[in-house]
Design a protein around this ligand. Structure first.
Ligand code: PLP
Length: 362
């Protein structure tokens, strides 16, 4: 059995051991071709199969309706901050953005280059500790779209239900919780996610887009930045990140083998509870950042209440083999990212470490 780190990295993040081992086994001679998948033409029959299998499996796992396309793009979720307004926002038009953390701030900043984005709601004054109540989200029927971030990686908050936006397309950055639970895709006009947390290695960005939006998109924009370019060529307009797409397909197979998103969600709830309980049962020794009703199952953000002890906590945790527990450099504190591939045993080991640290230092 390979020795694995307790990997709580926020991204890129842990991948399932089974997937890594299978990839290792297939690395040099993929499906008896005498080549690695990395050495193969992206126009070859073997790659075509891998590519289409991945698309089909994502559609199956998320029950994606017929009127949606699945695209594999590059440029990370960050390029989606640009592509979305470039494709869908007119210069004289408004789009609404819910500000629930730093990634939504980055998204709205890009939209300003193309039209008039407006804040639909913001929880910035509350240090992004919560997701706004659905009733507090304001947007107009004429808006090009409403943009949300379904899970706020840095602050550790997650949407539990989504707004019903009728004719206004709902667009969601799901980079840090895609495929962590069932989602009704039909509520969304577009979903996007960098692969590097729940889907595979970095380098692939998944976009799930409703087909009617492809037709409505702005035409006079660069070819590579048009969603329709990629939809029209099954994401093979140019050379795609072939190894990343192969790995993504393997991660999807792993999700399927675990019982799909319904079972994955149950497991994620169990894992997160182990750590949230350690925080809640600590009599204030540890303090969670997010308000309980907005807590993320993917990124658990907390402080050791005594600041000096916090440094020691992080240093000792690192020495004990826990990886990636420092909070994001913009906010400090501690963060345990418990994405799909992080095993329950890692969460239990962290819980035991937290309890022991508290016993020693209280
Ligand atoms: N959106 C969210 C919610 C993220 O967590 C991240 C990265 O961590 C990004 C966007 C940026 O993704 P990328 O690095 O793929 O551009």
């Amino acid at each position: 059995m390979t020795q694995r780190a307790y990997n709580f990295n926020a991204g890129p993040s842990a991948l399932p051991l089974e997937v890594l081992e299978k990839a290792q086994q297939q690395l040099v001679n993929f499906r008896d071709s005498g080549m690695s998948i990395m050495e193969m033409s992206h126009r070859s029959a073997i790659f075509d199969e891998v590519h289409n299998e991945a698309i089909a499996l994502l559609k199956k796992l998320y029950a994606i309706p017929e009127n949606y396309e699945v695209l594999f793009l590059q440029g990370g979720a960050s390029l989606q901050f640009t592509m979305i307004p470039m494709n869908f926002l007119q210069a004289d038009q408004k789009a609404s953005y819910v500000l629930s953390g730093s990634w939504s701030e980055k998204a709205i900043k890009e939209a300003k280059l193309f039209g008039t984005p407006v804040e639909a709601a913001s929880t910035k004054e509350n240090k992004y500790r919560n997701i706004p109540a659905l009733a507090d989200i304001q947007y107009n029927e004429e808006d090009a779209y409403l943009h949300i971030t379904s899970n706020n990686t840095i602050y550790g908050t997650q949407w539990k239900e989504f707004p019903e936006t009728g004719n206004v397309p709902l667009i969601a950055d799901m980079s840090s919780d895609i495929l962590s639970k069932p989602v009704d895709v039909s509520k969304f006009g577009l979903i996007y996610a960098g692969a590097q947390k729940n889907l595979g290695p970095s380098g692939v960005t998944v976009v799930i887009i409703r087909k009617d939006l492809l037709e409505k998109a702005n035409k006079n924009i660069p070819t590579m930045l048009k969603y329709s370019t990629h939809a029209d060529s099954n994401s093979l307009y140019n050379t795609p990140p072939t190894f990343g797409i192969y790995m993504l397909g393997e991660v999807l197979k792993w999700v399927e083998s675990k019982g799909g998103v319904v079972e994955i969600e149950k497991h994620n709830e169990l894992k997160a509870k182990v750590i949230y309980d350690a925080i809640d049962n600590s009599n204030g020794f540890y303090k969670g950042h997010a308000t309980p009703e907005s807590r993320s199952l993917m990124n658990i953000t907390f402080r050791v209440t005594d600041e000096e002890l916090e440094k020691q906590f992080l240093a000792e945790a690192k020495a004990a083999g826990f990886v990636g527990l420092n909070g994001h450099r913009s906010v400090g504190g501690c963060r345990a990212s418990t994405y799909n591939a992080v095993p329950l045993e890692a969460c239990e080991a962290l819980r035991d470490f937290m309890v022991e640290f508290q016993q020693k230092h209280q």
